[in-house]
Design a binder for this molecule. Structure first.
Ligand code: XMP
Ligand code: MG
Length: 184
């Protein structure tokens, strides 16, 4: 599916497929350098990070394992509350492991700050964050993010893993929705 197929639902393409590919290659080169000689455990947060993970891991050269968590944040509609429930936990014992969280987007930061604390309490050797997108204007708590793809305005975005009511995750780019889609 491309922007034309989305017709009137899509307002604009914010980040193209080419820009995403180039950025992930750039971040992978930094991670290769920073984790040289170490085994890294990539932790994807379902479902949004699935596309970032699959492209990022293929751009990496250091040995990497993958594991997944599904977490749900209690909150209304599109806002997270920071009160988090684990829906699917890791299969891996992360004691002594170098964990790199792979995320699609950081909005308020509440979900991630909970996750970092949770993983650190399990005895990980290190916990760092890679996120494709970040909305600086929406930040409610400070989160140390080592690898950021793009800072974006405080607008609701879809595509490349991100959904609106489970739709649009398969788009190869990140776009904004026309207001009529989420207001109706
Ligand atoms: P917080 O606020 O805890 O939330 O940083 C991060 C989670 O909220 C979702 N989220 C979005 N999903 N378009 C989406 O499709 C967006 O613009 C958006 N902003 C936040 C997402 O699940 C993310 O992991
Ligand atoms: Mg997410």
């Amino acid at each position: 599916m491309d922007a034309a197929d989305m017709g009137a639902d899509l307002e604009k393409v914010l980040i193209s497929a080419d820009e995403i590919r180039d950025k992930l290659a750039e971040l992978a080169a930094r991670v290769d350098e920073d984790y040289a000689g170490k085994d890294v455990l990539l932790l994807g947060v379902l479902k949004g990070a699935a596309l970032v993970m699959s492209d990022f891991v293929r751009a990496l050269h250091v040995p990497a394992q993958m594991d997944w968590m599904a977490i749900s944040s209690y909150g209304s509609g599109t806002k997270s509350s920071g009160v988090v429930r684990i829906v699917k936990d890791l299969d891996t014992d992360i004691t002594g492991r170098h964990v790199l969280i792979v995320e699609d987007i950081i909005d308020s930061g509440l979900t991630l700050s909970w996750l970092v604390a949770n993983l650190s309490s399990r005895g990980a050797a290190s916990v760092e964050i890679l996120t494709l997108l970040r909305k600086p204007e929406a930040a409610k708590v400070h989160v140390d993010v080592r690898y950021t793809g793009f800072e974006i305005p405080n607008e609701f975005v879809v595509g490349y893993g991100l959904d609106f009511a489970e739709r649009y995750r398969g788009l190869p780019f990140v776009g904004t929705l026309a207001p009529h889609v989420y207001r109706s």
